[in-house]
Write a protein that binds this ligand. Structure first.
Ligand SMILES: NC(=O)c1ccc[n+]([C@@H]2O[C@H](COP(=O)([O-])OP(=O)(O)OC[C@H]3O[C@@H](n4cnc5c(N)ncnc54)[C@H](O)[C@@H]3O)[C@@H](O)[C@H]2O)c1
Length: 402
């Protein structure tokens, strides 16, 4: 680390550091030998981390936590640790409000609140996904508070569940307003990965939103094609396999499935808002992806008639496979629709604790139709006893006709 580090107790303070982005990053930095402070408002998560337990599922994270906790990583809800850190990494994001518009209040309030804790010569890294122009806005808030700080935006681009592995191999985008800030941020990231790409802050903010919107649109394309094939009573996956067979230009084409979670839709909507609501592809992707649960239910009704005498089981409530994160999961939207249409809806998930859920065995035994919402590994070898399985993912390799 640079000579400025000598004057600080910690090398890095990760604010929002008990979350899905903050904690894996804090762990990987701590594992590289740096002294890390984790600042988080959520006392329960802080206690859990300090007792050496991951608050959520993340491959490879638990082992690192056990190695570093109390040695070179400490978690607290105490903003004064911000003042004692050379780098302050912020993972407070920009949510969208109920009108689907970005809500800047969180980040503005956050910087106004922590401003008194910031000291000269610190380096502030914005790491959450932000609305374009936010880095510049933050710089002006802190400049007008008279702080002499370096400010960079270095977006996180990991996929949940793969953070530990990906932090070490994915190129890191670093952006700042001057050479010194870019050099300082690059120095920190080089501890774990020296594949660095430099952009201006507005370019980096857009690079992150383009990345997530692109992924969301790719999923929507697959889901739209799935819907088209299904409406003609065709098995989408026979066509999908043929399209991809020995044909490099379709190699990255994803399968159909529930495309949800805390980032893809939110970031697509941020990009739409930034472009004055002119983002036809993004809005179309939202309609397709968010429409998939309802499409499945309507197709089932076409084939099987009313569902009002049927018990429907939903397997996997998390937003993605082998994960316990249920934020913005489309399985819940499916449950809501079926709550109106079906006799009863039984939900199950091995990773999510919810008193309203049922065991896997009971769900399968009592359901007339089973819908695989999240293809956890645990569901690989199940005896469905001849029941109808709706497998949009083609997880069982049997194709799909609804
Ligand atoms: N989850 C992902 O895979 C992913 C990937 C890339 C980027 N992002 C972006 O990163 C941001 C954070 O996402 P996340 O999934 O880590 O969210 P999260 O909810 O898991 O974590 C956020 C953490 O910040 C804490 N927090 C909130 N306000 C705080 C404050 N004022 N001071 C201290 N702590 C505070 C919360 O208690 C929580 O622990 C979002 O902008 C998201 O879009 C997420």
């Amino acid at each position: 680390m640079d000579k400025e580090s000598a004057t600080f107790l910690y090398d890095v303070c990760v604010v929002g550091g008990c979350g899905h982005v903050g904690l894996p990053f804090a762990l990987v930095l701590a594992d590289s030998g740096l002294k890390i402070a984790v600042q988080d408002l959520d006392e329960a998560k802080v206690q859990q981390v300090m007792s050496g337990h991951m608050p959520f599922m993340e491959n490879g994270a638990q082992e690192i936590l056990e190695r570093v906790i109390g040695n070179n990583l400490w978690a607290k809800n105490d903003p004064s640790q911000i003042s004692n850190s050379r780098y302050v990494v912020v993972v407070i994001g920009t949510p969208v409000d109920r009108h689907l518009n970005p809500n800047f209040a969180d980040i503005n309030d956050f910087f106004n609140t922590i401003s008194p804790y910031l000291v000269d010569n610190q380096h502030i890294i914005l790491r959450s996904t932000v609305y374009p122009g936010t880095t510049e806005k933050v710089k002006s808030i802190l400049d007008s508070a008279g702080k002499r700080l370096s400010i960079t935006f270095c977006p996180e681009r990991i996929a949940q569940g793969k953070a530990i592995e990906e932090l070490k191999v994915l190129p890191q985008i670093v952006s700042g307003f001057d050479d010194r800030s870019i050099r300082e941020a690059s120095e920190l990231f080089s501890r774990i990965n020296d594949d660095i790409v430099v952009l201006t802050p507005i370019e980096a903010e857009l690079a992150k939103l383009f990345t997530n919107s692109w992924r969301y649109i790719q999923f929507a394309t697959a889901n739209q094609f799935f819907m088209i094939a299904s409406q003609y009573n065709l098995d989408f996956y026979r066509i999908f396999d043929a399209m991809r067979y020995n044909y490099p230009r379709t190699a990255g084409f994803p399968g159909a499935g529930f495309a949800a979670g805390p980032c893809l839709l939110k970031d697509t909507l941020q990009l739409a808002a930034f472009n004055k609501n002119n983002f036809f592809l993004g809005h179309a992707a939202m309609l397709v992806n968010e429409g998939l649960p309802s499409f499945i239910v309507e197709e089932l009704k076409k084939t099987h008639g009313s569902l009002s005498d049927k018990v429907i089981g939903i397997l996997g409530m998390a937003f993605k496979a082998n994960n316990d994160d249920f934020r913005e999961s489309l399985a819940y939207k499916l449950r809501k629709i079926l709550g109106v249409e079906a006799k009863e809806v039984l939900c199950t998930d091995p990773f999510i604790k919810d008193d309203s859920f049922h065991t896997l065995d009971e769900t399968i035994k009592r359901s007339d139709i089973v819908i695989l919402a999240s293809p956890h590994d645990e569901y690989r070898d199940i005896d469905f006893a001849g029941k109808l399985i709706v497998d949009v993912w083609n997880y069982y390799g049997q194709g799909i006709t609804l």
